[in-house]
Design a protein around this ligand. Structure first.
Ligand code: GLN
Length: 562
């Protein structure tokens, strides 16, 4: 059995199409079908690796090193499956393979055309991914909204696949119903237009998920159904919920699973969402908070973007908090607020009175860190906010506040320790200070050549690599194993020339590559600090709702008992 469910968006983007797709996959998986999910991004970038997180959200990384859209993270988290590059494609990657094939005479002298060759490549990739994942049901999310110039060829792929396999293809439109104010009603007209746009592409949705701030009333449901040539029951209400983990449970409450199976002509099976329901209940009902601060720098574009830039970190905190029946309270801390006036990059702090004022502000800001149960310094690039992060890490170390550093967070913790404990006063990373006398963080040798050639795309150390853990450390106790595999995305590393010197001063490298060349985890001994741990890899990419990542779990455990 090979069935395909396409999820497309109408009216506007950013209304939870990815979570809807992940939830549809989840409820079908919960009925015992092997289910996988694919994301299609309509942009020309070959992958998401070169994109700025403030514009497109977090770059998610798969085991095989694929740099992709954050929705892939949602699929992995909901399905508890490790996905591969076969489950992700962009317009750029599709064109790239079609053009390469043409150059290699792969089309046997034919004229290669946008239609049908581009949609055919899309279809062949979808079928290959379904095959590779041994999936009974494959959910394919098409990025963007219908009517955009960008995704028309993907809609054409749906049309062509539907002709080939009429009983095996289902089309779900996730639409949005705006409301003017509390007194007015949900407006269905934009959804009707979205369906007409689909119609003009030769497609008719089988199901509409009507996203809105509130539930759909009977009248609105009937209106959409009548105007869009559908039955009332094919219009499903999808109101806002507090947590994305409630969405599958809500969909099943509306019998979406049965409806999909019936339409795909599959015999229905009983669902088992027991553990998921338990999780949704904890999300709703847990009261005791755990307060976690994240020191970041992507502050330019407001809360919403910020949450998008660090989505896997946020989700990993949540998973660990729910594991201990806690309500995660996450707060953003701007790295620049922790900058010492002498190290601040701009001249805005010149003049003694400004400096004095700034110093007292800094003391206040640092003190605020004590109000948190734990602090995370996540990944990042470049120089902005770096000195503030280093200053904050020093405060966390001195004041025994639980600290978890991720990637750049580990590199900055190394710099802080080198400067303030090991006596390498101007220690730095060559990413931002090539002239530093103590390059404790330096570029990976293989990265040097790539950068010299301006070969940026997919050029970092990417994807899963094994790490060996040292017995008797916090890391070892958390993982309870000797060998782990974690995902990476970086160009710089702890400079091997400083490892011994830092260790002599009390820094513990508790995880490293099998050849001991690359340091993967650092920590301080338990008797020195309750939890001071940082990783070169990104543990957040492997955390799952019902299986929090061991390091996040341990971090939250200590944070809540601190
Ligand atoms: N900028 C650092 C590097 O390239 C850290 C990267 C990250 O945090 N993902 O090594």
């Amino acid at each position: 059995m090979k069935k395909y469910i396409f999820v497309v968006g109408g009216v506007m983007s950013g209304v939870g199409k990815g979570v809807a797709a992940a939830s549809i996959a989840k409820i079908l998986q919960s009925r015992g079908f092997e289910t996988t999910a694919i994301k299609i991004d309509p942009y020309v970038n070959v992958d998401a690796g070169t994109m700025n997180p403030t514009e497109h959200g977090e770059v998610f990384v798969l085991d095989d090193g694929m740099e992709c859209d954050q929705d892939m993270g949602n699929y992995e988290r909901f399905l508890d499956r490790d996905l591969t590059k076969d489950n992700y494609m962009t317009t750029g990657s599709i064109y790239q393979s079609v053009i390469n094939r043409e150059r290699n005479l792969g089309y046997g002298g034919k004229c290669v055309e946008v239609v049908p060759h581009i949609p055919l490549e899309v279809i062949s990739r979808i079928e290959k991914a379904a095959e590779k994942n041994k999936a009974d049901i494959t959910v394919v999310e098409i990025g963007g909204t219908v009517g955009e110039y960008q995704n028309i060829l993907f809609l054409e792929a749906v049309r062509m696949l539907k002709i080939k396999k009429p009983d095996d293809v289902l089309l779900i439109l996730v639409s949005y119903l705006p409301i003017q104010n509390e007194q007015s009603e949900l407006k269905t007209k934009p959804t009707q237009y979205a369906v007409r746009t689909l119609n003009s592409a030769g497609l008719q949705p089988d199901i509409i998920l009507a996203r809105a701030g509130v539930s759909l009333d009977k009248k609105r449901k009937e209106k959409i159904a009548f105007n869009c040539n559908m039955a009332d029951e094919e219009v499903i209400s999808a109101p806002d919920v507090k947590s994305i983990y409630e969405v599958p449970v809500n969909f099943e409450r509306d019998n979406l699973g049965n409806l999909i199976l019936r339409k795909l002509k599959i015999k229905t099976r009983k669902q088992d969402l027991k553990n998921w329901r338990k999780l949704a209940k904890i999300v709703k009902e847990s009261k005791k908070p755990v307060r976690i601060g994240i020191i970041g720098k992507y502050f330019g574009s407001g809360e919403f973007i910020l949450a998008d830039s660090y989505i896997s970190v946020i989700e990993a905190i949540k998973h660990a908090a729910y594991y201990f029946n806690r309500q995660p309270v996450i707060q953003w801390l701007n790295a620049e607020e922790f900058e010492h006036p002498s190290s601040a990059s701009s001249s805005r702090f010149s003049g003694t009175s400004t400096i004095r004022k700034r110093l007292s502000e800094l003391t206040k800001n640092l003190k605020k860190l004590k109000e948190f149960d734990g602090i995370i310094v996540p990944g990042g690039f470049g120089s902005r906010g770096v000195e503030g992060k280093i200053n904050a890490i020093r405060y966390l170390r001195d004041n025994k506040i639980p600290f978890l550093g991720l990637c750049y967070g580990m590199q900055l913790a190394t710099i802080e320790f080198a400067r303030n404990v090991a006596g390498f006063k101007k220690a730095n990373t060559t990413e931002i200070a090539q002239e530093t006398p103590y390059p404790v963080i330096d570029i990976l040798p293989e990265q040097k050549q790539k950068l010299a050639k301006k070969d940026y795309g997919g050029s970092m150390r990417l994807g899963a690599y094994p790490a060996v853990l040292k017995k008797g450390t916090i890391a070892y106790a958390a993982y309870k194993t000797h060998l782990v595999s974690e995902r990476h995305r970086h160009r710089y590393e702890v400079n091997p020339e400083y490892i011994e010197r830092l260790e002599k001063k009390g820094l513990v490298f508790s995880g490293f590559s099998s050849d001991r060349r690359l340091m993967e985890i650092l920590e301080l001994p338990k008797k020195k600090h309750p939890f001071f741990v940082a990783t070169q890899f990104h543990p957040e990419f492997k955390s799952r709702p019902l299986k929090p990542h061991p390091l996040f779990r341990e971090f939250v455990r200590i944070a809540t008992s601190h």
